[in-house]
Design a protein around this ligand. Structure first.
Ligand code: PMP
Length: 415
């Protein structure tokens, strides 16, 4: 039996956790807020809010440049956050942790620096049919620039990667595999370990988009054996505008800078510029210092709860929600993979998701409606949009009950 199976939902004190999140305690349209839009962004614990506040109140200074006390404090807090990130994803070196704006920027960095400098016309980038636009469009831009080709591995009706097809599409021209760890629209947990294994047997490097995995699952980049891993701070209870690209040092070392400017150089003359060491080579300009510090506080918070406890609790919540929603006539769940993270995406017969979302909002229930920046997923299921409830460790069964009652009210209204 693995650790997850021995853990119980009661291992997490959700009432105490909820007290740490001031944003959860408010009324919306006169009803207590039920926040079920965590795949879009998460609420922030007091520890994160206070870390940001502390930086701006007492340590506010630029990093890496000053000899004065405030700059030293800011630099230490910023670099300490990098160490926290390193532990959170079990990377082996701090220099492999590049602070970026988020998953989107991390993928664009790999496309602009790694891919553009190494690939040629006809080379293929293999993705899956459930990717977020952030893991589609950067590769299309690259195709326009240098003539690479985007190849898409299909997904099944339940929203799972068709592994045999993926393997078949991994060909002599495949130059990179880039895949989500967890789908934002469907919740599918991808078989990333197997994806990496298959790609590596053919010498193909793998980028994992971990935007929806980092908040819910233990991420161990060494165990996954991937080559790049990207995630966003704001989805893992940290601030917006900060995220992480992890890359193998030997790859990052050989990649050209992504942007030019301050901090990424060792010396500059008009004739020639030499670049700084990792990770600074990829961190041009003043970084989001407070954001990185806040992200460190967020990851510390999650680590204190225990990510395995979080996963176990959310599994129970998802099973509970799935059963409840499945019992509602006229509701169809989109995304029914056997390995799923805490996402309940659904359509209601004869009711547009935007109408459903608007009515739910009047009951204080925050869900997302639309294509979830994954239009090809919607096309795959032949629907324009879904209503998506996405859970986090601070959600409760009572909130899922409220969602189910809300859905029934929507159906009555539009009957
Ligand atoms: N990939 C996935 C799977 C996502 O869910 C998201 C955000 N919805 C992104 C990438 C992009 O993240 P960000 O907007 O934080 O850069």
């Amino acid at each position: 039996m693995n650790t997850l199976e021995t853990l119980k939902s009661t291992d997490l004190d959700v009432s105490a956790i909820r007290r740490d999140f001031p944003g959860l305690h408010q009324s919306v349209h006169g009803k207590p807020l039920v926040y079920l839009d965590n795949a879009a962004t998460t609420q922030k614990p007091t520890a994160v809010i206070e870390a940001l506040d502390r930086f701006y109140r007492t340590d506010c200074s630029n990093v890496h440049r000053g000899v004065h006390e405030l700059s030293e404090r800011a630099t230490k807090a910023f670099e300490d956050a990098r160490v926290v990130v390193k532990h959170f994803i079990n990377a082996s070196r701090e220099r492999e942790i590049v602070f970026v704006r988020g998953t989107t920027e991390a993928i664009n960095l790999v496309a602009s620096s790694y891919a553009r400098s190494r690939m040629k016309a006809g080379d293929e980038i293999l993705i899956s049919a459930l990717e977020h636009h952030s893991n589609i469009v950067p590769w299309q831009l690259l195709s326009e620039q240098i003539g690479t080709r985007l190849v898409v591995a299909p997904i099944s009706d339940s929203g799972e990667l068709v592994l045999e097809e993926f393997e078949r599409l991994l060909g002599p021209k495949t130059a990179l595999v880039s895949m989500a760890h967890v789908s934002n629209a469907l919740g599918t947990v991808m078989p990333v370990r197997e994806i990496v294994r298959l790609a590596h047997t053919r010498g193909v490097p793998v980028l994992i988009d971990g935007a929806q995995a980092a908040p819910h699952l233990a991420v161990d980049v060494r165990e996954l054996d991937c080559d790049f891993y990207a995630f966003s701070g704001h989805k893992v209870f940290g601030p917006t505008g900060i995220g992480v690209l992890w890359g193998r040092a030997d790859l990052l070392e050989r990649m050209p800078p992504y942007q030019g400017g301050g901090d990424m150089i060792r010396s500059v003359t008009f004739e020639k510029t030499t670049y700084n060491d990792l990770p600074y080579k990829f961190e041009a300009g003043t970084p989001h210092i407070a954001g990185a510090i806040g992200l460190g506080a967020a990851l510390d918070y999650v680590s204190q709860l225990g990510i395995d406890r979080v996963t176990a609790y959310e599994r129970e919540l998802l099973a509970y929600g799935t059963e409840l929603l499945r019992a509602i006539p006229g509701l169809r769940l989109i995304g029914t993979a056997s390995e799923k993270s805490a996402v309940l995406s659904f359509v209601l017969d004869g009711i547009h998701p935007h109408d459903a979302g608007t009515v739910l909002d009047r009951s204080g229930i925050a869900v997302r409606t639309g294509h979830h920046c994954a239009q090809p997923v919607m096309a795959r299921f032949d629907i324009p949009a879904t209503t998506r409830a996405s859970l986090a460790f601070y959600n409760t069964k009572e909130e899922i009950d409220a969602l189910a009652s809300g859905i029934r009210r929507v159906q009555e209204l539009f009957r």
